[in-house]
Design a protein around this ligand. Sequence first.
Ligand SMILES: Cc1ncc(C[n+]2csc(CCOP(=O)(O)OP(=O)(O)O)c2C)c(N)n1
Ligand SMILES: [Mg+2]
Length: 357
Amino acid sequence: MPRKPIHSCTVERLEILGPDGALDASLMPDLDEATIVELYRTMVRMRVFDDKAVKLQRQGRMGTWAQLKGQEAVQAGVAHAMIEDDWLIPAFREHGLMFLRGVPGHLIYAYWAGDERGASFPEGVRCLPIAVPVGSQFTHGSGIGLSLKLRGEHAAAVTFGGDGATSEGDFHEALNFAGVFDTNTVFIIQNNQWAISMPRERQTSSPTLAQKADAYGIPGLQVDGNDVFAVYVAATEALERARSGGGPSLIEAVTYRLGDHTTADDASRYRTGEELAHWQEQDPIPRLRRYLEERNLWDDERERTLEEDAAKWVAAEVDAMNAMPPPDPGDIFRYMYASMPPALAGQLAGLTQEVDR
Ligand SMILES: Cc1ncc(C[n+]2csc(CCOP(=O)(O)OP(=O)(O)O)c2C)c(N)n1
Ligand SMILES: [Mg+2]
């Protein structure tokens, strides 16, 4: 018997608005002008929110911060494709998505300033807390996706991870589970080319991350993650499929981390200025601005107003964080056990006495 091919895998890439401003109008989603302007405003707000956090950290007012700079189009595009009933299961760089989903900005800041109350969101906000253990959130995405399916909800779970996270066992277990149980899950990989100092080429020898979906029998697509239109189209398609019982899928959004890994990192020690300059030219914000300016939908005056408004908003979020009453030290002991063991209760009583003194 001759050997014969029994399976092949092709991966598509979707781009609509290129870095040079070229637009494939045939792929353009049905978005009105006001919505496109709003997407732009959203991306600028994300950058202002992000820049402010770095300044706070430099002033010693924030523990650490994982910058989203450069990844705004992924977050704005996915957020715009989500509906209220969808769940967001973030990793640790999705601040923009989180505030767009209803997590107050001051809680996001508070979390990174070391206050665990920043992980407790208002009732009704369908967003899980930040997950710092790399890859751990994917399994939550599969589980929530399964529960939405079992409950018959017209909703999807959207879970995020980075290129580095695709090397974690959790990623593969989550994809396998989602594929087998056909869960309402969308996996989004923000391939920002680096996992701290580990470059994308050394993360995996797979030419794309999107093709990893194929091994688990689910659709995978690569998009230009700095093109908000392409991200929106891909996310809309995947989310609608998941909500309507069509099963999970994976999107690899190719983007770049323009900042350091976190404020505790110095990326200039492991990546070149030429590489950074190349990706600065791909920056999603000027790309969309050019699109708007060419259509007379944007100008310097509007940009100034937007920046002023965004600065006022982040200042109010910082004030709200600073206005939070001090946390109760007794919280260190609570929440682990349904009924507190005597040894812990004794320590809590001792601490309370000391604090009251
Ligand atoms: C299980 C685990 N291992 C290691 C770390 C330390 N760590 C934090 S972020 C990171 C790299 C993650 O890279 P990637 O998934 O590409 O996400 P990115 O930071 O680029 O957004 C590592 C190794 C961790 N938080 N959790
Ligand atoms: Mg990465």
